[in-house]
Design a protein around this ligand. Structure first.
Ligand SMILES: Cc1ncc(COP(=O)(O)O)c(C=O)c1O
Length: 390
């Protein structure tokens, strides 16, 4: 009766069962900013909806022009030139992926996806009947796109290369040299830059956005969920840029796709320009939290004796990855932290790391929980090493 694409594995794994048995006291996986104790401009946010125009329904498939103009202004403040005509509003980033896969792919076409990366890619692709073909990110003290493997993954059915910059969870940004190499492949680039406004270190090699490309057809994705810490507003946008002819054709087709859904609510679109002018205090507090927790993590790792856990290089975004001794499986580590220390972290296999053992920590976690959770985790690692494999 049902489609193959909706036949997802529903079985609960050991981690889910353990979480159901006891709620952890130290949840280091929190990635919902609305639960992270950040300051929001409450009355001003509500006032942004106070607009007589909400009574009218006069949709624009790309999104209402004042909203797209406000987005273009915000991008200009980041030195990114975006034409409001090439901005498309969507209800969340997942919908943006859905639109772009509809635009670029027929059933069984392929898109190249980074690994490790955002776990939702598998679902997003499958729901559009698109095949997600992985290309690796390699770590040698910094993360790099595995360009030789990416080139060999290109087939006659490849329709786009997906990038996440900074990536979830590796925190690595796209580099200028990588963008140049990708341009040479002549494929459209879909670049998820939802964490882009949260750099955690300076790097002259960093590519500010794939929109800086001079040659490729680029679709960069942004949204309020991370930028304004407001995922519940369900506003994201695609900014497009590229050679004239394919960009114009893509815009016409995307407009038709968007016209079929007209999904972003009018009151939200009308409120967007005011909202974008209000987000600075929340964003500043969020950024400060990320930097503070990363600093604390570094401090705890270098405290006293050399820790058997090590922090992988983080350039930006909400997450930090720890490499743990491979004396036991990733799953065993995560279950130990949960069952013995009431600490919840995500295992690397959620993100398809190539080997074990890694755990991913959310830097968005409120400070007190983060500090105690990390201390307990590091003590557990220390206590477990030296006992040999089991
Ligand atoms: C890489 C990446 N893109 C998009 C999203 C979700 O964005 P949205 O809430 O706008 O759908 C996430 C959520 O964590 C993410 O990690």
């Amino acid at each position: 009766m049902f489609s193959k694409r909706s036949a997802f594995e529903q079985r609960k794994n050991a981690l889910t069962l353990a979480l159901e048995a006891a709620a952890p006291r130290y949840d280091l996986t929190e990635s919902n900013p609305t639960r992270a104790g950040l300051p929001y401009p409450g009355p001003e946010l509500l006032a942004a909806f106070d607009n007589a125009a909400v009574r009218l329904y006069a949709p624009d498939p790309r999104g209402l022009l004042p909203a797209r103009q406000a987005i273009a202004l915000r991008m200009a403040a980041r030195q990114l030139q975006v034409d409001p005509a090439q901005v498309f509003l969507t209800s969340g980033t997942s919908e943006a992926y859905g639109y772009l896969f509809k635009l670029l792919c027929d059933p069984d076409d392929e898109v190249l996806v980074p690994q490790p990366s955002y776990p939702l890619f598998e679902h997003l692709c499958r729901l559009e009947n698109v095949r997600a073909v992985p290309y690796p990110l390699h770590y040698d003290g910094q993360w790099h796109i595995g360009l030789p493997e990416l080139r060999s993954a290109v087939s006659a059915r490849t329709r786009a290369i997906l990038l996440v910059s900074p990536n979830n969870p590796t925190g690595s940004y796209l580099k200028r040299s990588e963008l140049l190499a990708l341009e040479n492949l002549g494929l459209p680039l879909i670049s998820d830059e939802v964490f882009g406004e949260y750099p955690l270190r300076d790097d002259p090699e960093r590519c500010q956005s794939a929109l800086c490309s001079e040659r490729a057809l680029v679709f960069s994705l942004f949204g309020l969920s991370k930028q304004a810490a407001l995922p519940q507003w369900k506003v994201s946008w695609i900014c497009m840029r590229g050679p004239k002819a394919p960009t114009e054709q893509a815009a016409q087709r995307l407009e038709l796709i968007a016209d079929t859904y007209l999904s972003v609510a009018t009151p939200t679109q009308l409120a967007l320009p005011r909202l974008l002018s209000l987000l600075a205090p929340t964003q500043t507090a969020l950024h400060a939290r990320l930097r503070r927790n990363l600093g604390k993590l570094r401090g705890l790792l270098s405290n006293g004796s050399v820790s058997p856990a090590s922090l992988l290089h983080v350039e930006g975004g909400f997450y930090a990855t720890l490499r743990l001794p491979a004396t036991q499986s990733e799953e065993r580590w995560v279950l130990d932290f949960l069952e013995k220390d009431s600490v919840h972290v995500q295992p690397g296999y959620f993100f398809d790391f190539a080997d074990e053992a890694y755990v991913v920590l959310s830097l968005l976690t409120p400070e007190a929980t983060f500090d105690e959770g990390v201390k307990r985790l590091l003590q557990r690692v220390q206590a477990n090493v030296g006992r040999g494999p089991r």
